[in-house]
Write a protein that binds this ligand. Structure first.
Ligand SMILES: O=C(O)C(=O)C[C@H](O)[C@@H](O)CO
Length: 270
């Protein structure tokens, strides 16, 4: 890399990956363990989402996760607590370039999210003299080029949002829509039934309707069967696993197996 390359704002790696034209396989991270994130970065997932909505992830935690995974081939995405301009500004300044925002219900809410990512005159992001995103000023063209270095994913996770998913996806500056089956199931009157066939069918219908808009379309799969189905359906990115569930599933299975093996064995000395 030449000195001038190191001074140029980089294109967004997730945008480049979605252009490869194959489904990107991802993992959801809820443990808030930087070590686990770093280790998973070497597992072979295309992307890893650090969940700041439902896991206790602070801004500093999110930065630590992104620094750890930067050494690996996996691309980090951070999900924020809410579609909030202040949270968005802080995370962008911290150099977090691919954001997922939960619970975006209307094209107007999506447009407000886009405004939060853009500098004036088209947006409301505040200018900082120095921050991690500009490599502490080394990316001299950062303010002018920021939009190509960022990627905005908005979540469709209610019936209302699903009804308008094409309009939301069509908003200029929305790079991707992502279907959340857990909240969508609740909104459809089936809380706790993320894998219900009606929810999967609704999400597949969303893919069919959003695909012609040329934006990336992703979904979280609540089990292995739906992961394979979503990959075959042609979603651009699919979350196929969750670090917390993998840990618990394997820990529970090992405990059951070896407690079973220990049943009836006596270790007491005579
Ligand atoms: O609605 C959903 O489903 C999501 O947005 C993902 C969830 O928050 C959850 O599966 C994270 O564990």
């Amino acid at each position: 890399m030449t000195a001038s390359d190191s001074q140029a704002t980089r294109p967004n790696p997730f945008r480049e990956a979605t252009r490869q034209g194959r489904p990107l396989v991802g993992i959801w991270s809820m443990l808030n363990s930087v070590d686990a994130t770093e280790a998973l970065g070497w597992s072979g997932y295309d992307w890893l989402l650090i969940d700041g909505e439902h896991a206790p992830v602070s801004l500093h935690d999110a930065m630590a996760h992104c620094r750890a995974i930067a050494a690996t081939p996996t691309i980090p995405i951070v999900r924020l607590l809410w579609n909030d301009p202040l949270l968005i500004k802080q995370h962008l300044d911290a150099g977090i370039a691919t954001l997922m925002l939960p619970f975006v219900q209307t094209p107007e809410e999506a447009a407000r999210a886009v405004q939060s990512l853009r500098y004036p005159p088209s947006g409301i992001r505040g200018i900082a003299a120095m921050h991690r995103a500009s490599r502490y000023t080394r990316f001299r063209d950062y303010a002018a080029q920021a939009s190509q270095s960022l990627f905005l994913i908005v979540q469709i996770e209610t019936k209302e949002a699903l009804d308008r998913c094409e309009e939301i996806a069509a908003v200029d500056g929305v790079d991707a829509v992502f279907f959340g089956p857990g909240d969508l199931a609740a909104s459809m009157g089936m809380p706790g039934q993320a894998a219900h066939p009606d929810v999967t069918a609704a999400i597949e219908d969303g893919l069919r309707r959003c695909r012609p808009l040329g934006k990336a379309v992703g979904a979280l799969a609540p089990n292995d069967e739906i992961s394979e189905r979503h990959i075959r359906s042609g979603f651009d990115f699919v979350s196929v696993a969750n670090d917390f569930s993998l840990l618990l599933r394997n820990a529970d299975a090992a405990a059951t197996r070896f407690r079973g093996a220990a049943d009836g064995i006596t270790t007491k000395k005579a």
